[in-house]
Design a protein. Structure first.
Length: 234
C-alpha cells in the first residue's frame, strides 16, 4: 500500500516534510504542491495525493461547475467507492469515479490480494473517467474548460493525462502544461542545480511534472494536449 504524507503547510516551510524527504528512498514518488481549489476547505483530507487500495491519484486543474454536476457524479458511484471519499474536492470525487471504472473491468481496486492490472487497463479506466466527466458536463449544461491533468499509479505503472474538456465548434482552449524527462540518472551538478544525465540509451529515471524542473529546456519534452503518458516497469 502507498505511504502518504499530506500537510496544509507550504512545502518550503514544513519541517516534517524536510526531515522525511531526506530519509525516504522509493522507486516511485508522487509530489503535489499547489494552491487550494477555490471554495474548498483547507484541510488535510483535501490534500493530494489521494489513496485507496494500492492506488494513488492526484490532479492538476479543476472540474468546471463541479457543484452543479456533483450529485450526478455521486449517483454513478457504488457505495464502497463513494465511502472512500473523505474530503470535498472535485479531484477526490474524480478518483472515486476512476475506481468505479476500474471495477467495471472485473477488478477490485480496493483489494490488495488481486494481481496488478496491466498499464493499458489503468489507461482505459482513466480515459473512461474523463469521458464520463464530459458526459456529465453536457447533461448538466455546465460550461466547458475543465482542466483534467490526472496522475494515477498502482506502484508499478503510472498514467498521466493532459486534457481540457472542450465543446466542438468553440474557441480552442489550452490544457494545463505537462512535461517529462527521461535519462540514466538525475544528478545535482551544483548546489540546487540538477540535470538529467543522458549519456547512454538507458531509461532508468522518468520525471513527469507540470513545469520544467530545470533550466535545461532540452531535457524536457512537452506532452501534447489531449494525450496521456504511460510509464511502466519495463
Amino acid at each position: 500500500t502507498p505511504c502518504v504524507f499530506v500537510s496544509t503547510l507550504p512545502a518550503w516551510s514544513d519541517r516534517n516534510l524536510f526531515q522525511l524527504s531526506s530519509k525516504i528512498n522509493s522507486k516511485l514518488v508522487f509530489a503535489h504542491v499547489r494552491a487550494t481549489t477555490q471554495g474548498s476547505a483547507v484541510q488535510e483530507s483535501n490534500c493530494h495525493p489521494f489513496a485507496a487500495g494500492r492506488y494513488l491519484f492526484m490532479h492538476n486543474g479543476m472540474i468546471v461547475g463541479f457543484n452543479k454536476l456533483k450529485r450526478k457524479l455521486i449517483a454513478m458511484l457504488d457505495d464502497r467507492f463513494y465511502n472512500e471519499i473523505e474530503g470535498t474536492t472535485d479531484s477526490e470525487h474524480a478518483f472515486a469515479l476512476f475506481l468505479q471504472h476500474l471495477n467495471r473491468q472485473h477488478h477490485d481496486p480496493l483489494s490488495l490480494s488481486e494481481p496488478h492490472r496491466p498499464p493499458d487497463a489503468l489507461f482505459r479506466a482513466l480515459q473512461d473517467t474523463i469521458q464520463s466527466l464530459g458526459e456529465l458536463r453536457r447533461e448538466t449544461g455546465t460550461e466547458p474548460g475543465s482542466l483534467l491533468n490526472f496522475a494515477v499509479s498502482d506502484g508499478k505503472s503510472l498514467i498521466i493525462s493532459r486534457f481540457v474538456d472542450e465543446c466542438e465548434g468553440s474557441e480552442p482552449m489550452n490544457a494545463a502544461s505537462l512535461y517529462f524527462s527521461v535519462g540514466a540518472s538525475f544528478e545535482e551538478r551544483a548546489k540546487g542545480v540538477y540535470r538529467m544525465v543522458q549519456n547512454d540509451l538507458r531509461e532508468e529515471v522518468v520525471i513527469v511534472a507540470s513545469e520544467r524542473l530545470t533550466q535545461a529546456e532540452e531535457d524536457w519534452i512537452e506532452v501534447p494536449q489531449n494525450h496521456a503518458i504511460v510509464v511502466s516497469e519495463n
